[in-house]
Write a protein that binds this ligand. Structure first.
Ligand code: PLP
Length: 395
């Protein structure tokens, strides 16, 4: 099996697996318990919080452990909305291609009377700091822009956007789920007020994540109950997962440069190979993209069939985001970069990890070529395109 769906989730690293075992086996206390078993677990929790803070360039007390990226996004946005609301500020700036954890939270706030401006991301899939500056109003309480997009991999000018927000006194949140462990993150230096990450996107376990919130920002509880996480997130901490996430993030950050070089080489080889398929187009900027992300649209085919046939050839790929597969709507991300419905339906996302090899990339290029050719040979739309009855959109 060739696994090329690392933006959906990654395989846990051996380091991460080893880091969690002692906390399921021997050190199983509840960190809120006063006895020694509890205190041992609590020491581990404190240690993990400090190590995560060091990796993100912030302080331990600014770290809240959550159940993952979705919860962190929800809590960040709702908290900023509640802070804004107290001074009559009910306008939020975001982008059209955010993850649904962000977009659906914004929809919910709109129903409460908040106003949301979604910025255009252009054909290259990058938001400009000037667009953010122009969109901020007197009543803006939050700007939320993702660090890197999960479908097309484009990297946003986060530090500059943060600077714009800082200058205008507006809170800035970034969904850094795709960036963490892959790109350098330094919350303070990059002017970030709030940030979300999720362990299973960097070889950690599923169901655990982090919300960083700069000190002074009052978080609103999404989960009510006990006083864990300074009273801001109830529920007994998932110590095994927290320890595994910490180890996974340390490992990813330690090897970031070499991993990035390796992935970039594989990515560019894959992009060069797939670009040779006629009437194909790369989605998103060719350079300002995650080292492991390849996203294409092929005219005259249907993405779902492409995925099934690739799976038959042993390749695990995705059409876009795992969260939208199963629905017939084309990806909101591809529509946001200006792909029309017919083209957006013919999408393919291949996302690499350090474990992939050049040989796998070669095999994948030839498999995709064969499958696209086959699907076109049986497609009535393709027949119309070739006969000139319909005009090609991708030249
Ligand atoms: C995966 C992902 C999420 C959701 O994270 P979970 O831990 O799966 O809830 C949010 N945002 C982005 C950009 C993602 O890629």
């Amino acid at each position: 099996m060739i696994y090329l769906d690392n933006a959906a989730t990654t395989k846990m690293s051996q380091t991460a697996i080893k880091a969690m075992i002692p906390y399921m086996d021997c050190i199983y206390g509840n960190p809120s318990s006063l006895h020694s078993a509890g205190q041992k677990a609590n020491e581990a929790l404190t240690d993990a919080r400090e190590r995560i803070a060091r990796l993100l360039g912030c302080e331990a007390k600014e770290i809240t452990f959550t159940s993952g990226g979705s919860e962190a996004d929800n809590q960040a946005i709702v908290s900023a909305a509640r802070i804004g609301e107290r001074s009559g500020k009910k306008h939020i700036v975001s982008t059209a291609f955010e993850h649904h954890a962000v977009l659906h939270t914004l929809n919910k706030l709109e129903k409460e009377g908040f106003e949301v401006t979604l910025l255009d991301v252009g054909e290259n899939g990058i938001v400009l700091p000037e667009q953010v500056a122009d969109a901020i109003r007197e009543d803006t309480c939050l700007v939320t822009v993702m660090f890197a997009n999960n479908e097309i991999g484009t990297i946003q000018p986060i530090e500059e956007i943060g600077q714009v927000c800082r200058g205008k006194g507006v809170l800035f949140h970034t969904d850094a789920v795709q960036a963490a462990g892959h790109l350098r993150i330094d919350a303070k230096a990059q002017n970030i007020d709030m940030l979300s990450l999720s362990a299973h996107k960097f070889h950690g376990p599923k169901g655990i994540g982090v919300l960083y919130a700069r000190k002074g920002i009052r978080l609103t509880n999404i989960i009510e109950g006990g006083a864990q996480e300074r009273g801001k997130r109830a529920g007994t901490e998932n110590i095994p997962a927290i320890m595994a996430m910490t180890a996974a993030l340390e490992e990813a950050c330690l090897h970031m440069d070499e991993n990035s070089a390796k992935l970039t080489a594989l990515r560019d080889k894959l992009i060069a190979g797939l670009s040779k398929i006629p009437h194909s187009v790369l989605n998103g900027d060719a350079e300002k993209r995650l080292p492991g992300n390849v996203s294409f649209c092929f005219e005259g085919i249907e993405g779902e069939s492409l995925l099934l046939l690739l799976d038959d050839k042993g390749i695990c790929a995705s059409s876009g985001s795992a969260c939208t597969s199963g629905s017939l709507d084309p990806s909101h991300v591809l529509l946001a970069i200006g792909r029309v419905h017919d083209i957006a339906h013919g999408s393919l996302r291949l996302t690499l990890s350090e474990e992939n090899t050049e040989k796998e990339v070669d095999y994948t290029i030839s498999a995709v070529k064969d499958v696209v050719e086959y699907l076109r040979s049986i497609s009535p739309i393709w027949r119309d395109l070739v006969s000139g009855k319909k005009e090609f959109i991708i030249k």
